[in-house]
Design a protein around this ligand. Structure first.
Ligand code: PNS
Length: 164
């Protein structure tokens, strides 16, 4: 059987947005499988726990043959090496993303030259979208239902607007 073409799509996913989904769908046109790798960083405060972030992803993506949900801690390149994979996928929304993404890709290459980073450009409908803005807008009473999957909208409601 020919070897599967697999890529890792790492991120914080705090929470998953329609922009992430757009990148995963584009990635699946090129790769047989995408491993969505959720970062566990004990030094960072997240709105959603690692379990919640993974649970959201699992409830949105129900085809584990093509979209695997996993998590990692520590260096991304170490995780990618452990998996025996050589491609990392990232989204590039705007020029403002370029500098940090370029820096990360170059640093990852310096540590592990075997690993390539491939960038996908999301639909322009999501070029302004970030998890950080979604949280901020929701917290300040705004509406995000067109920017996130329904489950994220519900979970945000539970966090920020619990029924009394
Ligand atoms: O969704 P994010 O927060 O933009 O994702 C950033 C992520 C998880 C890809 C990045 O912070 C990362 O790879 N962290 C793991 C630690 C690491 O390898 N750091 C060196 C990067 S050059």
């Amino acid at each position: 059987m020919p070897k599967k073409n697999i890529a890792v799509y790492p991120g914080s996913y705090d929470p998953l947005t329609n922009g992430h989904i757009d990148i995963i769908e584009r990635g699946l046109k090129i790769f047989d499988k995408i491993i969505v790798a959720v970062l566990k960083n004990p030094d960072k405060t997240y709105l959603f726990s690692l379990e919640e972030r993974q649970q959201i992803l699992r409830s949105v993506f129900k085809d584990p043959q093509r979209i695997e949900i996993d998590h990692f801690e520590g260096l991304l390149v170490d995780y990618v090496n452990r998996k025996g994979i050589n491609t990392v996928v990232r989204g590039l929304r705007a020029i403002s993303d370029f500098e940090i993404e370029f820096q990360m890709a170059m640093m990852n290459r310096k540590i592990e030259p075997r690993i390539e980073t491939i960038f996908f450009v999301p639909s322009d409908a999501y070029s302004f979208l970030s998890s950080k803005l979604v949280k901020e807008i929701y917290q300040l009473g705004g509406e995000v239902s067109s920017l996130v999957p329904q489950i994220v909208d519900l979970k945000l409601k539970e966090k920020f607007r619990p029924q009394k």
